[in-house]
Ligand binder design. Sequence first.
Ligand SMILES: NC(=O)c1ccc[n+]([C@@H]2O[C@H](COP(=O)([O-])OP(=O)(O)OC[C@H]3O[C@@H](n4cnc5c(N)ncnc54)[C@H](OP(=O)(O)O)[C@@H]3O)[C@@H](O)[C@H]2O)c1
Length: 332
Amino acid sequence: MKAIEITSYGAPEVLRVAERPDPVAGAGELLIRVAASGVNRPDVLQRKGHYPVPPGASDLPGLEVAGEIVSGDAAALAEAGFKVGDRVCALIAGGGYAELCVAPVAQCLPVPKGWSDIEAASLPETFFTVWSNVFERGRLQKGETLLIQGGSSGIGVTAIQIAKALGATVIVTAGSDDKCDACRKLGADHAINYRTSDFVEEAKKLTGGKGVDVVLDMVAGDYVAREIECLAEDGRLVIIAVQGGVKSEINAGLVLRRRLTITGSTLRPRPVAFKGAIAKALREKVWPLLESGAIKPVIHSTFAAAGEPSGAAQAHALMESNQHIGKIVLTW
Ligand SMILES: NC(=O)c1ccc[n+]([C@@H]2O[C@H](COP(=O)([O-])OP(=O)(O)OC[C@H]3O[C@@H](n4cnc5c(N)ncnc54)[C@H](OP(=O)(O)O)[C@@H]3O)[C@@H](O)[C@H]2O)c1
């Protein structure tokens, strides 16, 4: 099969098309003929050598795919209600930038009715991450307020749409007025340009001084102290990335006076059973919203993976330029 390799750590051009042996599905797994592969910021970190591959995972980049089931563990397929030829999208721990990809059956979901493979490939990584962090760890409830840092990111456009569909008020930050407009169009109630306004002041103003109930943070660093300032009583801060650094000096007094929870997680190294439980919850609570049109795909660009040079390099260059709104997808 053709695949995109990280030939050495470095600039996007280190991503090159290579021939690799076809992978084989083992127990509890299925093999997918990949039509489209989603691109995520963690792929960029991996290409630069800052995100080690978890033990047992493919060294190829790519955390999500969509395509057709070619073969698989018959018992596991039957138990999940899948058969050879079905279109699925899958969360994987690596190996998604390839024409063929093995995935645990438990981490696969049907391509939602009415969605293309390109659209479905944009789903797993952000939907699993947002569900697990905002709704499970962050316990966001109907009627509460969520502050999303980076509202126009792949993660952000997913978090805006699920949170709105489930009855929360959504405030986002983004780095330009255009990105703020795009977030409002997706349903965000308020968007703050973090380059021209102070999100702490704005979030307090927008909540009548109460503060927000949950913050989804992909920045960390000095944002952590500021996020603690704008959390309401019993507020939850969920950290999913440290783009702004790992250290922050916080006011611990606020944490105890307001009974705050500071948590976080990283999805990729978690076991199949954990990811399978998220897949079940998504299928039950979120997939109907995809099929009804309440939640829409947000695809910024697609690139042909096997082109010369590989579209994967262009996709990563675009992601690093931060010009995109929503998802970037590779096609095969
Ligand atoms: N923990 C996990 O399990 C997990 C899983 C998946 C992804 N992630 C992380 O989640 C983040 C988003 O991933 P993605 O694939 O959606 O990437 P992406 O589309 O490239 O998004 C990165 C976002 O970070 C925002 N950002 C950077 N600095 C900011 C700041 N100072 N204030 C507010 N926003 C800021 C950017 O906003 P502007 O362009 O507006 O500046 C951009 O929207 C990445 O850091 C990724 O590593 C974590």
